[in-house]
Design a protein around this ligand. Structure first.
Ligand code: 17E
Ligand code: FE2
Length: 409
């Protein structure tokens, strides 16, 4: 299916009562009007049949270069982040352009079938050949008609701790990476970590790039690189363009420190990404019982007015053997892991896989409103509660007025 629409009828919209008719002209939403009852669909209409119509799912944090490599050349037996990095280093040595393109496109196809239209992928640039980055820059163009892909130059083995780490990061930005990454908790020393964060923020600022740092992805309560990232974002007035991914250590910080930290976080306006399935699997691995969840303080950050979104992080890779592209599965696990099954959280939960992900990706044109690109999905359910109960695949995905996919409910 790939035809152009003029109208979506019988649509429910979040936070509004009743049914709506959404008109489309030149690939953009041109009008949104209330209906008095159910209407009959015409030739070039999409009938939402009373289901919720929402902006497309956003996958703000995935590693496409490693997707679909679980078990190659060996399985991660301990289930730790660190053994995952070792397995990946072995697989990385075997990468070819064709291999990366094939797995990335296969994964993005899975995502598109689940209503995802925006993806931010980390790509490991601690590789003297930059094989994965070159391939992913091609993929970004090849998929542009169905998915907006942002590429993060991600130094998996460190900037300070890997030979020519800085040069590889600079070269990646020159080649066209959209976002500058980092991994301070994996650098050899605390000082290296701090210096790497200051340096990468300058690199991004100088080159007008976004920032997304793997930050404190560890249960160590003394891993405090988030405060460095937030202070730099504040100093450069760059908060809305900077994302802190994971921040697992915040789940282990004491409350007194957090109270001080949150003052800075609110001032800086940083974005946050939590990867609940991944962190529940990888964290807590050095605990006996009681065993930590390893998740950041999601409801507390939201209560502080900060933007937090969920991402999948992995699809069948050295860190995580599962994953199917369904953001409702990620949302379900995240709401459980973060004690967010209260009805007021459930009612606003879709923002964690839509609007807040869009904020983290710094998307300028996103949402269902007149004048915006006509991009949306039809979910199965009349409201977020029903959608979450069923966790069914999307009924339709529409991009610039074209129907990318549609299936029967
Ligand atoms: N690399 C990393 O440092 N952390 C992760 N969660 C993944 C890759 C998936
Ligand atoms: Fe990650």
């Amino acid at each position: 299916m790939n035809h152009s629409l003029s109208t979506i009828i019988n649509a429910r919209l979040q936070g509004r009562e009743g049914l709506y008719r959404i008109s489309i002209a030149n690939g953009r939403f041109s009008d949104i009007s209330a209906q008095t009852g159910f209407d009959k669909a015409g030739e070039s209409d999409l009938d939402a049949a009373g289901n919720l119509v929402a902006p497309p799912f956003v996958e703000p944090h995935i590693h496409l270069d490693a997707a679909m490599t679980a078990g190659e050349p060996r399985w991660n037996k301990s289930g730790t982040l660190f053994e995952g990095i070792e397995c990946w280093a072995e697989r990385k040595a075997m990468l070819t352009r064709e291999d990366v393109i094939e797995r990335a496109e296969r994964t993005l196809k899975l995502f598109a079938g689940q209503g995802i239209q925006y993806v931010r992928t980390h790509v490991d640039v601690t590789d003297p050949q930059l094989t994965a980055l070159q391939a992913m820059l091609e993929v970004r163009e090849r998929v542009a008609s169905t998915i907006d892909l942002q590429i993060v130059a991600f130094p998996q083995e460190g900037i300070w701790s890997f030979r020519n780490g800085k040069e590889l990061m600079e070269e990646s930005v020159r080649m066209g990476a959209d976002v500058v990454g980092g991994i301070p908790h994996f650098e050899f020393t605390r000082d290296y970590g701090v210096e790497s964060v200051r340096w990468l923020m300058e690199l991004a600022h100088k080159n007008d790039r976004l920032v997304d740092v793997h930050c404190d992805e560890i249960d160590d309560p003394e891993s405090r690189f988030l405060e460095v990232l937030a202070a730099e974002a504040l100093r450069l007035d760059y908060g809305s363009r900077v994302t802190a991914s994971h921040t697992c250590a915040m789940g282990s910080y004491n409350d007194a420190y957090c109270s001080r930290l949150f003052r800075l976080l609110k001032k800086s306006g940083l974005r946050f990404l939590s990867m609940p399935t991944e962190s529940l699997h990888l964290q807590g691995r050095f605990d006996g019982y009681p065993k930590r969840r390893g998740l950041t303080r999601v409801p507390e950050l939201l209560d502080a007015g900060l933007k937090v979104a969920f991402g999948q992080d992995s699809i069948r890779d050295p860190w995580y053997p599962l994953g199917n592209g369904n953001m409702l599965r990620t949302l379900d696990v995240g709401l459980h892991g973060c004690h967010m099954l209260g009805m007021s959280w459930i009612e606003r939960s879709l923002e964690l896989v839509t609007d807040n992900g869009a904020a983290a990706m710094d998307l300028r044109e996103y949402g269902i409103a007149e004048g915006m690109p006509a991009r949306c999905m039809v979910l199965q359910g009349q409201n977020p509660y029903e959608v979450l109960l069923g966790q069914q695949p999307v009924l339709a995905s529409v991009r610039d007025g074209r129907v990318l996919i549609s299936r029967q409910g």
